[in-house]
Design a protein around this ligand. Sequence first.
Ligand SMILES: CC(C)(COP(=O)(O)OP(=O)(O)OC[C@H]1O[C@@H](n2cnc3c(N)ncnc32)[C@H](O)[C@@H]1OP(=O)(O)O)[C@@H](O)C(=O)NCCC(=O)NCCS
Length: 360
Amino acid sequence: MNERIDGIQAMIKEAAANCRGRKIAIWGNNPAGELIRVLMMYQYKISASICVDDAGHGYSEISCFPPHKLDDNSSEYYVIVAVGYRSSVKERLERYGYEAGEDYTYFADCVKKKRDGYFEDAHGNTVTGDYSDLDFCFLGYDSKIVIGENVGLATSHIYAQSGSLIELGPDSMYLDSCIYAYNNAVFRSGGSSEFNRLYAQVYDNSIVSIGEGFIGYSFPGKSFIIHSQPDTSVTIGKKCTFSYGISIMSQDGHSLFDVKTGKNINSTKEISQSRSIVIGDHVWIGFDVSILYKTNVGSGSMIGANSVVKGNIPNNCVAVGSPAKVIRRDIAWGQINACEDIGICGAEYIALTSDGESRE
Ligand SMILES: CC(C)(COP(=O)(O)OP(=O)(O)OC[C@H]1O[C@@H](n2cnc3c(N)ncnc32)[C@H](O)[C@@H]1OP(=O)(O)O)[C@@H](O)C(=O)NCCC(=O)NCCS
């Protein structure tokens, strides 16, 4: 019998058993901490305040306080640590008078091997590649983070539950980004890419795959959001350019029912499996665009600002509006603004639209 239970469940079970009326403080104001907070509330009816770590990165709206408020306060707080393994967190809690298990629980408290370029914990989770700048947290078993050569991960976070794979291609930059992989989820991005404020929630059994040469722009307050529903996939081809404020959702996020039949009409496993999103190569997406499931965007196309895309958009066209419709065919686009040489679009992307529509 497999006696492993999901890591996050083990943590909250331990916390619920040991907190004995104390307030729960979650160390880590991040998606993992938020998940723990919600589970504590629903499963054990225990509400938790949030305690930020020194980086102080905000995630939820829940009240935060700095770690030093825990000092000498183990009679008031039980602490759940929801950040990747950092010996400094453990050392500090112990200095503040907290005892492992009795006063705090830290799932990542189980490092097996830790050296430059390789990390392994006792739960079968591994990180390969230079993770020195990465804030990571394993909340389950047998997940792998594979970081290519020359990857910048400044102020970025990766959270993984069980059996997931996160592969970041070489020569790439992830600025202020967060990838949350649930169970058996895959996030794969090709090399030579630039991600700014990517926020990817890759749910159970779903696959997000982004080709090489991706450029994602950003402004403060504008993120690139990917939510992949369980059992769905999001595929983005190579050499795509995404402006700021883009959302790609292969899920609705909540259940929708038909009152007459009482049936779920948007999120059963069977329905989810038909909800992929495929974006071809060298696609330019304008700012504040939403891309919904059951969508294919052909290679070489451009989507205008503020559009909502659902359905099939052919290759080498401009599509705009909600829902997005083709307004211009037979186009090619190039990365450099105000350039007069069509050659910059790349020979393989200079093509007529081929969707079978009749031509004048
Ligand atoms: C789509 C876009 C490139 C213009 O393409 P175009 O083929 O030159 O289109 P036109 O300006 O000739 O407009 C054609 C029609 O589409 C409409 N249209 C153009 N862009 C639109 C948009 N984003 N949403 C809704 N309608 C739009 C125009 O109003 C016009 O409508 P009409 O025929 O009823 O008058 C431009 O409007 C756009 O959206 N740019 C965004 C660029 C961006 O996001 N850059 C970020 C840098 S990465």
